[in-house]
Design a protein around this ligand. Structure first.
Ligand SMILES: Nc1ncnc2c1ncn2[C@@H]1O[C@H](COP(=O)(O)OP(=O)(O)OP(=O)(O)O)[C@@H](O)[C@H]1O
Ligand SMILES: [Mg+2]
Length: 508
């Protein structure tokens, strides 16, 4: 009531000012200014309400204000039930294509810690008559802004806590609603020039999630807990003095779900994925430039790190090469050397993961995947760099049950027992199990699909047994050969010793 009264007062003052402008010719300008300032002072003195405005565009370059966007999102989420007049907008990159927010000149109330505040969406037209085709604001110079009004006795609570709460919640909702993106690095030849950038992106619409990811249930829960702890870890990481980042190493045979797991992590965390193709990065400087452009709340992925570059034995190999090298044409040698030195090195990657990059913004995840964990340089995957090592192993019964639910919508079946036994006896990837579970035609029912899987697993078992027998036979052969060689060596040594004794003593 009181606030409305003051609002009326404001209109009254505006009318007075308007009258000045009409009669301005009859008043000297100095008198007009003085009167206006005085009227403002009087209003401010008695008005117990404070107003803060948040314009849509700010700064010299008239960039769209982040605060305005966050407030819009916050109010859309909180006001669409309360406001009587709403406007619908199509928002780019949002999961919900049509976003409802309160319409221009509409007002709603909000409450924070028992304090009531008023938000209004406003629009002013600085020059409605003039058409400006280059205007940021459309056909007329419309300027939008949100106005927050509150009683002056709550100044501290509103300016110090409430606005922060609105902006944070608005940004959080923006992040939840937006569509995830998958970024890939562009070759450096295209980094500069008009509209070029280091990363290109597409909307990331991978259907995988932790619900559909087939793996041992306990391990899955463990990973989920780890991720949830990381997400809420801002204070914890700052308390222990560690950069807010986490490294995951996913390793295991092909088709066991490493890439699927990355998609599930991205979805769970609601982070964009930056898929770094190391072979397209010329050197450590380029690597740095690329990584520095990855934002917080992102996952940087290096897939098949063992194949991406010779990160595994680079240092050792270089030495060997130098020793075995034949003399070369000096021109070619120079060329080769410069191409060799323009490569990302293991230390370049490690320094950046540990150093500046992890300190930029925080809340970053880095994931390496490999099929051959034993080939990697221990320095690359030591704890602290790759904090969590996750083995994606062959399909177990738990994982099979998830796949059966995903593909056939069954949770139990008489054939499950046989499949469980066969999975223990074979090494079958989840990708192979999934492929066999997928109905090949419309006539194939659940039972046929499960039988198909059993047949495939039995075949796999037979082949494995055959392979194992062959390997054992080969091993035996090698052992026998080694034994024979050692007996021969012993005989030779004995003969040599005898000859030496004869030489030393000078007789037979
Ligand atoms: N654990 C799993 N859960 C659900 N689906 C899986 C799983 N593992 C594999 N699949 C299925 O198999 C396909 C291949 O899996 P994915 O690409 O994740 O394997 P990968 O471990 O990354 O293999 P590679 O080592 O060859 O890159 C996926 O598209 C998915 O359909
Ligand atoms: Mg993969």
């Amino acid at each position: 009531m009181m606030r409305e009264l003051w609002s009326q007062m404001g209109s009254l003052m505006a009318t007075v000012v308007f009258m000045y402008t009409i009669f301005e010719r009859f008043f000297p300008s100095s008198f007009r200014d003085r009167l206006q300032a005085y009227a403002q002072k009087v209003t401010n003195h008695f008005n117990p309400y404070i107003q803060i405005t948040f314009p849509e565009f700010s700064g010299e370059r008239l960039k769209k204000s982040e605060a305005y966007n966050a407030i819009q999102t916050y109010l859309s989420a909180n006001s669409s039930q309360r406001a009587k007049r709403l406007k619908a907008e199509v928002v780019k990159d949002s999961q919900t294509p049509l976003v409802l927010s309160m319409d221009d000149n509409e007002e709603i109330t909000d409450e924070f810690q028992g304090v009531k505040v008023w938000w209004s969406a406003n629009k002013v037209s600085s020059n409605p008559q003039r058409y400006n085709p280059f205007s940021y604001y459309g056909s007329s110079d419309e300027k939008r802004f949100y106005k927050l009004t509150f009683h002056r006795s709550y100044r501290d609570i509103i300016t110090m806590s409430y606005i922060k709460h609105v902006l944070e919640e608005g940004k959080e909702i923006e992040l939840t609603n937006r569509q995830l993106k998958l970024y890939t690095n562009n070759p450096s030849s295209g980094w500069y020039g008009y509209k070029q950038s280091k990363w290109s992106h597409i909307v990331f619409e991978h259907p995988a999630s932790f619900e559909t990811l087939a793996m041992d249930q306990k391990r899955k829960e463990d990973i989920l807990k780890d991720l949830a702890k990381f997400k809420k870890g801002k204070e914890y990481y700052s308390k222990i003095g560690k950069a807010w980042k986490r490294g995951y190493l996913l390793y295991g045979p092909p088709g066991t779900g490493k890439s699927t797991m990355i998609a599930a992590i991205a979805k769970f965390m609601n982070y964009d994925v930056y898929d770094l193709e190391l072979t397209a990065v010329k050197d450590n400087t380029e690597l740095r430039k690329l990584l520095i452009e990855t934002p917080s709340k992102s996952i940087t992925v290096i897939e098949d790190i063992d194949c991406s570059l010779d990160l595994t034995g680079q240092r050792k190999k270089k030495k060997e090469e130098v020793e075995n090298e034949e003399p070369k044409d000096p021109m070619r040698k120079n060329e080769e050397e410069s191409s060799k030195s323009s490569k990302v090195t293991l230390s370049g990657l490690l320094n950046f993961i540990d150093g500046i990059w992890s300190a930029c913004g925080g809340e970053r995840i880095i994931i390496f995947t490999t099929n051959y964990v034993e080939k990697l340089d221990p320095a690359l995957i030591r704890r602290g760099r790759m904090d969590k090592h996750i083995e994606m192993s062959y399909c177990c019964f738990d994982a099979f049950k998830v796949l059966a639910k995903n593909y056939l919508d069954v949770e139990s079946h008489l054939l499950f027992g046989r499949i469980g036994t066969l999975l223990k006896e074979t090494e079958t990837s989840a990708a192979d199990v999934a492929e066999n579970l997928m109905p090949k035609s419309e006539d194939e029912d659940v039972e046929t699909c499960l039988e198909n899987l059993i047949k495939a697993l039995e075949k796999n078992k037979e082949e494995n047994a055959k392979k194992k027998a062959e390997e054992e036979a080969q091993k035996k052969l090698e052992e026998e050969k080694a034994k024979e060689e050692s007996t021969q060596n012993k005989e030779i040594n004995k003969e040599k010793t005898r000859e030496n004794v004869v030489k030393e003593n000078g007789f037979c």
